[in-house]
Design a protein around this ligand. Structure first.
Ligand code: NAD
Length: 321
């Protein structure tokens, strides 16, 4: 069995690696060659923790396994990240354990890569202004990955507590992009691409705030009842997603579908666009929205890639198992 510990992943996995892995697995999902299995998520009644696992099998790349972990709210006080996860990969031919991989950084990289893949395939080519809503742990990963997909000239951002935008401002500065903290009205009026990455349960962006031609990557809503944008905005947009079944139950689409404003059949897997089976953006005026709910196959795809990189670079630890 190969072990790839959390601490070496930053030196192994590039954003380009993550992008390629996520684009390939979305494509395999849309071809019916990769399937996510039902998600388990439970409050364990200890340490206030939420624990679960996401698993699946990608037949195209023979990635079989699971990501297990969850949320331990007391971790910050112990100097640890509240979100903890580990990926276990199995040999698809024998069921033997193939690898154990740290999943914390990979989660941020694969989530940002999903937004970036959506921007690469759906945003207007002439997009110049990037808008970010949210300034938590994931936000800077999103900014870095998405900013590489179009010739952006500046970043506008909004967070509930604007003072927390400093980390995001540094990430923009590192990429040579001017950064401004703005109101939601200005963000919607100026941004060509908007990433939402918050834990909100109420709509932050309304329909009237978003101008024609915008691409939104809604990445924060991954649980029942969470909500980042108004359902009327979802109804107006052409909607794409990682997995339709998750979009309508735990994703941003859940509210528009429950209100009858959008049908399940109207939601297109992003993989269909990647495979050339759906044209994607239909016009320069269309609002496109990617509902990024986060699937286990994304975790397996990036973990498998990082195992290959660790082996290639002689950094993989082999353990008799
Ligand atoms: P975090 O706790 O570090 O940051 C949370 C962010 O949400 C902060 O910017 C906070 O200001 C904002 N926020 C919280 N409540 C809000 C409200 N009511 N109105 C406006 N803003 C609010 O979290 P994070 O690690 O950055 O993750 C952000 C979200 O992304 C979480 O909901 C998480 O579950 C989700 N997530 C999704 C995926 C995916 O694949 N789609 C992957 C990882 C995380």
């Amino acid at each position: 069995m190969i072990v790839v510990p959390e601490r070496i992943i930053a030196g192994l996995m590039t954003r380009a690696d993550a992008f390629a892995a996520i684009e390939a697995v979305f494509a395999a999902m849309a071809r019916g060659e990769a399937r996510n299995f039902p998600v388990v998520r439970e409050a364990i009644g200890h340490a206030d923790a939420l624990y679960g696992f996401k698993s699946g099998f990608d037949r195209a790349h023979l990635d079989l396994g699971l990501k297990s972990g969850g949320y331990w709210p007391g971790n910050a006080a112990k100097g640890l990240t509240n979100h903890q996860s580990t990926v276990v990969l199995f040999d698809a031919d024998t069921g033997r354990c193939r690898a154990l991989v740290g999943g914390n950084l990979l989660t941020a990289l694969r989530t940002a890569a999903a937004a970036a893949v959506s921007v690469a395939h759906l945003a207007r080519k002439d997009s110049r202004v990037l808008g970010i809503v949210g300034a938590g742990h994931q936000a800077a990963f999103q900014l870095r990955a998405v900013a590489e997909q179009r010739p952006f000239e500046r970043v506008v951002a909004w967070n509930r507590s604007p003072e927390k935008l400093k980390g995001l401002a540094c990430a923009a500065e590192e990429m040579g992009l001017p950064f401004e903290s703005v109101s939601l009205d200005r963000l919607g009026a100026e941004a060509d691409v908007i990433v939402t990455i918050t834990s909100s349960f109420d709509a932050i962006l309304g329909d009237a705030q978003v101008r024609p031609g915008t691409h939104l990557a809604c990445m924060g809503t991954d649980t029942r009842d969470k909500k980042e944008v108004d359902p009327t905005l979802v109804a107006r947009a052409s909607v794409f997603t990682d997995e339709v079944a998750q979009a309508v139950t735990i994703g941003e689409c859940q509210h528009a579908v429950a209100l009858g404003l959008k049908g399940e059949a109207d939601i297109v897997p992003l993989g269909a666009v990647i495979n050339g089976d759906h044209p994607g953006r239909a016009s320069e005026e269309e609002v496109t929205l990617f509902d990024g709910t986060g699937v286990g196959l994304q975790d397996l795809a990036v973990a498998s890639r990082v195992v290959d990189l660790a082996v290639q670079k002689g950094l993989a630890t082999q353990v008799e198992f």
